[in-house]
Design a protein around this ligand. Structure first.
Ligand code: KG4
Ligand code: ZN
Length: 344
């Protein structure tokens, strides 16, 4: 059995976790920076990097103490090396390198997206490759075919905003504050999803990709019209977003042939309405559906430790001069999506 220390610092959560190759999370700590960023309505990279630099070392120390372990007991150090806000990524990666060097342990430089992509296997030992993955977070919105550790085929991505970004912008328009996703979901539960007519960008398109910029603009117009209750806008937005996701999954179905399951990961996977729609879609198409528990959906270090454990079991490690990467696509061979605001 191997014991992996995971470190996550790519956005606004400073996190550390100790996970075994037997899928046991011995300890994990997450220090959220929500309070520091709230006055600005979004994550400020410089503030995030400084907060990671202050908090990470004591957080790792506390995580080891929670599990009653020391650095000596750890078999490998897994640190997020991108993609993300580069200042924060560098804090985590350099900390990981220092621990690896001091403890003479292998370093595993983890792609944050791979952490999300493999997190369902941490929660569900029965989940076998290949599986269909809907990866929906603040920075990404992709459909992937996960063939194995390190083997990802990207079938669709967003040509403008990520889904979590659309939730966050809707929250901002409705004055709900930051972070927005859970607040939109809560408000939507009290609203009428049929009350506001909103567009479903790219619905039925022959291209496989997502687009949410037009939906966000429509939310803004609905709010500014003054004709609608906020809860109805939230509910209508959420339904439109879910309709888009289901339509795009339908489009990718032929490419997902042979997948053992439909899996959702990333922060938006915490959304219960989304989970419900995905479960129904999977059932209709004869696929089992699985989603990690909520605390493994949003950013955390257990998923980074687990991705490290999977790669460690495969005999992989990375050199101490590994460079932090602001952009790092899971599928480097994916064709670029066309669109105004395409992101990696
Ligand atoms: O995976 P994550 O924690 O960080 C990134 O890697 O981006 O995802 C954060 C995103 C945010 O945009 C947040 O608003 C969204 O996930 N999110 C949700 C919910 N919980 C978090 N969106 C909709 N409903 C939720 N319950
Ligand atoms: Zn994430």
């Amino acid at each position: 059995m191997a014991l992996i220390l995971g470190i996550e610092s790519s956005c606004d959560e400073t996190a550390a976790a100790l996970v075994t190759s037997e899928r046991e999370i011995l300890a994990q700590r997450i220090a959220s920076q929500d309070d520091a960023h709230r006055p600005y309505g979004g994550v400020v990279p410089e503030i995030a990097a400084r907060a990671h630099a202050e908090r990470l070392a004591p957080l790792i120390q506390a995580t080891l103490a929670d599990a009653g372990r020391s650095l000596d007991d750890v078999d490998a150090i897994a640190a997020t090396a991108g993609p993300g806000l580069i200042g924060g990524v560098m804090v985590g990666l350099v900390t990981g390198k220092a621990l690896a060097m001091a403890g003479n342990k292998p370093l595993i430089a983890v792609n944050h997206l791979e952490g999300h992509a493999l997190s369902p296997r941490l929660a569900d030992p029965a989940l076998q490759f290949p599986y269909a993955l809907l990866l929906v977070s603040g920075g990404h919105c992709q459909i992937l075919r996960v063939e194995g550790v390190g083997q990802y085929r990207r079938l669709a991505t967003t040509i403008d905003d990520a889904l979590g970004e659309a939730f966050d912008k809707t929250a901002k328009i409705l004055g709900l504050g930051y972070p927005g996703g859970p607040k939109v979901e809560k408000l939507a539960a009290t609203g009428d999803a049929k009350a506001v007519r909103l567009p479903r960008p790219l619905l039925g398109s022959s291209e496989p990709h997502f687009s949410f910029a037009g939906l966000k603009s429509a939310v803004l117009r609905a709010k500014e019209s003054g004709d609608h209750r906020d809860q109805d806008i939230a509910a209508s937005f959420q339904e439109a977003a879910i309709d888009c996701v289901i339509d795009r999954l339908k489009h990718s179905l032929p490419e997902l042939e042979g997948a053992t399951a439909l899996v959702v990961a990333g922060g938006v996977a915490a959304n219960q309405a989304m989970r419900g729609a995905l479960e129904q879609f999977a059932e209709t198409n004869g696929m089992p559906f699985t989603a990690p528990p909520l605390q493994l959906c949003t950013d955390n270090a257990a998923m980074i430790a687990w991705a490290g454990a999977e790669r460690h079991a495969d005999g992989q490690s990375d050199p101490l001069d590994f460079t932090a990467r602001p952009r790092w696509p899971l599928d480097p061979n994916a064709e670029p999506a066309r669109g105004a605001g395409v992101k990696a």
